[in-house]
Write a protein that binds this ligand. Sequence first.
Ligand SMILES: CC(C)(COP(=O)(O)OP(=O)(O)OC[C@H]1O[C@@H](n2cnc3c(N)ncnc32)[C@H](O)[C@@H]1OP(=O)(O)O)[C@@H](O)C(=O)NCCC(=O)NCCS
Length: 415
Amino acid sequence: MSKALDGVRILDFTHVQSGPTCTQLLAWFGADVIKVERAGAGDITREQLRDIPDVDSLYFTMLNHNKRSVTIDTKNPEGKQVLEALIQKCDVLVENFAPGALDRMGFTWERIQELNPRMIVASVKGFGPGPYEDCKVYENVAQCAGGAASTTGFDDGPPVVSGAQIGDSGTGLHLALGIVTALYQRTQTGRGQKVLAAMQDGVLNLCRVKLRDQQRLERTGTMKEYPQYPNGTFGEAVPRAGNASGGGQPGWILKCKGWETDPNAYIYFITQAPVWAKICNVIGKEEWATDPNYATPAARLPHLKDIFAEIERWTMTKTKFEAMQILNKYDIPCGPILSMKEIAEEPSLRKTGTIVEVDHPTRGKYLTVGNPIKLSDSPTEVKRSPLLGEHTDEVMTELGYSPEQISALRTAGAI
Ligand SMILES: CC(C)(COP(=O)(O)OP(=O)(O)OC[C@H]1O[C@@H](n2cnc3c(N)ncnc32)[C@H](O)[C@@H]1OP(=O)(O)O)[C@@H](O)C(=O)NCCC(=O)NCCS
């Protein structure tokens, strides 16, 4: 079966996490992704957090499936010529170097346009234009600068970063959307364009509801669904909301049977208004369904702590899965806190290709997260990540270099 991005060639200059997430998605949708790496070293993540000596790390392998790897010294004059040939052949150049690195290599936007006016140049940077535009940025810096950390955690504790890589993988997703949009526009205009996804912007986009709350707070001085209401105090900025749901339906994380020894024996419980009477029945507080202090969402807001404490008395008598089963019967929204171990072993995620087992020539079998976006006409087949420079000869041959020329470039240290 054909793939959605068949025929699209990506010159992949990405490294670490944000850029590779983006190009991996494009590869899964069928693009030919040619990853350019530095000979001898490659993407720094190949050797970071290694669990097996001298073998590409899981960090690298899990972010670089379905790509080809070529090694080119982009600072060598002959290496630059190879890169020029690649720029002429590809549709998109994706990079997440530190600000200015591509220009310092000699590949300014103007130069790239000269070589290929149809080329889309897509970049992840830490910040957009402004006071921090020259800064190098990693995941947690973006979470802090994008508003996630100041709004995550508990009121009496410090800001907290999330396990979800919203700065890196989140921005990679934003960039991928920008690239396919620019490819679509190119079908009308025939021209390439620059695509920029700044990590601060990507995180802020995911924290949109918190900017909403900032303005609600400024207007009214309070937010009744936040745990600070009614007994705590609100300051000038959106506070950390613990495990409150953030939406119009109050929720919290509650202990389940076994919580004393299992750190993940918890359930997320939402007191959705339409099922309030059912919640009262399940937890044995039938009188709350009609009690004017509890019967309506507005009446419940000042009592949320007591309500969740009462519900927790019930959830603590069940495992998180037993509680799920009972609550789902009544359409009460809830979710078990799943550990990574439970997720890795979940058969339904294996069946859908969301968790995939991949074989690798030096590492052996490992688990990865497959393509989370499923297209009915463009199925994803997850293929292992390339070894460093595995496809240099293959790609050079496609560019028209003879075996003698390839060998001379290798001797010159250009590839
Ligand atoms: C992630 C980041 C902090 C890493 O910084 P770093 O390890 O110092 O790497 P840089 O991007 O600065 O690149 C280092 C150098 O390698 C050079 N280089 C990269 N590939 C090369 C190649 N194939 N041949 C020769 N030189 C190469 C670059 O030209 C650059 O040289 P310069 O500093 O002389 O211009 C930085 O790249 C960054 O801020 N990126 C944008 C934001 C981002 O994506 N962050 C999230 C990462 S998950």
